[in-house]
Ligand binder design. Structure first.
Ligand SMILES: Nc1nc2c(ncn2[C@@H]2O[C@H](COP(=O)(O)OP(=O)(O)OP(=O)(O)O)[C@@H](O)[C@H]2O)c(=O)[nH]1
Ligand SMILES: [Mg+2]
Length: 297
């Protein structure tokens, strides 16, 4: 897949208090993100509000409850404990007694923590070969369509290569997306050598592009609904192929959106994109501040 540029996440970051116009809330980046994280958000917020009901102090029981809430959202045990510890310190200093304030403190801490996480290697301006990997059914093909659409919108040329020559109908599925999006799909028959398909595709793409320097990146697709299992997959993939970043698909279908934090923290892999639905436009960039705001803000 060829593309020109990929802006580093931080350039696009908005200040946490930035309010977006109403239309943008619904259809734009933040609206999509909020819809995608709706289940996780609701779960955490309800629990935080519960924990803080009629509270005048942040007692041990409340703290424990908060820890459980974050662990329940799959943020990872260590990370959850650390986050709550940081929130507790700030809350005690401020003598916070409101759930809303506690949420803000939590959102700030999540954002800070995610901002410390590994950043994607910046891509240069030349064409890019993107290899998309992941286990069965995680959302690879759909994510490829989403990425293709994204690049087309950025006025970049896109070519797809049907490298899954193994699963029945996998080639047709990608070809169908190519047709819908108006993108060329390089393909061979079922059972063909995937290496040969990719070779053909690179050859064809190079023939259409003068650029001498091709950059490569590998994106691992994980399914957010599979929780800890996805983390195990990532560990295994990391051992066999250098992963440049993760696309976490199906975050809209789970209350475990905290996985993003665990991926960044425990696997030290940059999270690049979030899949927030089944349509080609249901893809959002991962940006720490907005993510934290949509999660708990
Ligand atoms: N809700 C939701 N569904 C998604 C998302 N991404 C993919 N899906 C759905 O997940 C299912 C599997 O997606 P595919 O793209 O076919 O997954 P795959 O990894 O290519 O699957 P195999 O080729 O069988 O290995 C499909 O029903 C997709 O519509 C997402 O971000 N949100
Ligand atoms: Mg597929």
């Amino acid at each position: 897949m060829a593309e020109d540029t990929n802006k580093p996440n931080d350039i696009l970051e908005l200040a946490p208090e930035t309010r977006l116009p109403e239309d943008e809330e619904k259809t734009g980046f933040f609206g999509k993100l909020k819809r995608g994280l709706f289940m996780t958000h609701t779960e955490i917020i309800e629990k935080v509000s519960d924990a803080m009901k009629d509270k005048v102090t942040l007692d041990d029981r409340t703290i424990e409850y908060l820890e459980e809430t974050l662990i329940g959202a799959d943020m990872g045990v260590e990370t959850s404990l650390e986050l709550v510890e940081r929130v507790k310190k700030n809350a005690l200093r401020e003598q916070t007694t409101s759930a809303a304030r506690l949420r803000k403190l939590l959102s700030d801490e999540v954002a800070d923590l995610l901002s410390e996480m590994p950043r994607p290697r910046p891509l240069g301006r030349g064409p890019t070969l993107t290899l998309v990997v992941g286990v069965n059914g995680v959302g690879k093909t759909t994510s490829i369509a989403k990425l293709a659409k994204r690049h087309l919108q950025q006025r970049e040329k896109v070519m797809l290569a049907a490298g899954d020559t193994f699963r029945a109908a996998a080639i047709e599925q990608l070809a169908l997306w190519g047709e819908r999006l108006g993108v060329e799909v390089v393909r061979q028959g079922q059972g063909a050598d995937p290496g040969a398909v990719v070779y053909d595709a690179i050859h064809a793409a190079k023939a259409r592009s003068e650029a001498p320097d091709w950059q490569k990146r590998t994106i691992l697709v994980l399914d957010a609904t599979t929780g800890q299992n996805a983390l195990a997959q990532a560990r295994t993939f990391k051992q066999v192929v250098p992963i440049d970043g993760v696309l976490l698909a199906k975050i809209d279908g789970t209350a475990k959106g905290g996985m993003v934090v665990a991926i960044a923290r425990e696997l030290k892999l940059p999270v690049l994109y979030l899949g927030v639905g089944e349509k080609p436009e249901d893809l959002v960039d991962f940006r720490p501040r907005e993510f934290a705001a949509a999660l708990v803000g």
